[in-house]
Design a protein around this ligand. Structure first.
Ligand code: C5P
Length: 257
């Protein structure tokens, strides 16, 4: 459970950075009310294993990631530590657990505050995206190593999107605009950052946001995309759990041959 000693730096002479070290912060402090009653979302089981453990393994599977900081529910840090001890995780990765906050933003900030020195790239990955493939994680890290201050995995949209004038739940909402779908992307996590940039964003940007990259945008910096993956979807509603179980079953089936 200790972050020491630091692993050797990963040389990457072909990129804009050499000797970079990458840590992943996993905000896992949400209640997950849209999933229905029960344990905090990150602790609910998928294929018999807590969603959080899947998310941690997804980060630790990347050879680039040498530290994972888990941001636990505010009153659940001890439970999460016990959970980590009870599941097999790669030896080459270090783990830290810190208590989270009221909002996702606050939870990520608490995770960043706990990062030891020596890590210059930070991934922020939702515990609620347990099945992101390692190739997506690696593509994000590679783009940050290449010099981008902020990188998001993104997918084109299948649905047309309407901007509305919000009304009470169940009431008709007037449509005010239809943005050109070809210009829109749905973004996922892990989002990758130059550490100093992300720390500055969290120190200076105020107001509510739904992802970390938008805070970097508000600093006036350019955020770039890499291809996202359909299996990196966020488990939010009960049907997402069904889909996640199906993806796991397909992986197990494919691994069996
Ligand atoms: O609520 P939402 O689905 O956007 O949450 C995304 C991620 O942020 C989840 O992994 C959730 O556990 C985390 N979160 C958090 N602290 C909060 C609220 C959400 O770490 N207070």
């Amino acid at each position: 459970m200790s972050a020491d000693p630091l692993p050797p730096p990963s040389p990457n002479p072909a990129s804009g950075r050499t000797g970079s070290r990458t840590a992943a912060v996993i905000p896992a402090a949400g209640r997950g009310v849209r999933l229905g009653p029960g344990a905090p979302k990150a602790l609910r089981a998928l294929g018999g294993t807590p969603m959080l453990i899947h998310a941690i393994r997804a980060m630790a599977d990347s050879r680039a990631v040498s530290l994972v900081v888990v941001v636990a529910p505010p009153d659940g840090a001890a439970e999460v530590k016990t959970l980590l001890d009870a599941h097999a995780l790669p030896d080459r990765t270090d783990f830290l657990v810190v208590p989270g906050g009221e909002s996702r933003q606050e939870s990520v900030k608490l995770g960043l505050d706990a990062l030891p020195p020596g890590y210059d790239i930070v991934l922020v990955h939702d515990a609620a995206r347990p099945l992101v493939p390692v190739d997506t994680v690696d593509a994000v890290v590679e783009a940050v190593r290449g010099g981008a201050p902020a990188v998001v995995p993104a997918l084109p949209l299948a649905d047309t999107v309407k901007q509305v004038e919000p009304a009470a739940p169940g009431e008709p909402e007037p449509v005010v605009a239809t943005p050109d779908r070809s210009l829109l992307r749905a973004v996922q996590t892990p989002q990758g950052f130059d550490r100093d940039t992300l720390v500055r964003a969290h120190a200076t940007v105020t107001g509510s946001v739904t992802d970390d990259a938008s805070m970097v945008e508000r600093l006036g910096l350019t955020v770039v995309t890499v291809p996202g993956h359909e299996e990196a979807f966020k488990v939010t509603r009960p049907l997402d759990l069904v889909l996640a179980e199906a993806v796991l079953a397909r992986r197990r089936h494919n691994d069996g041959f």
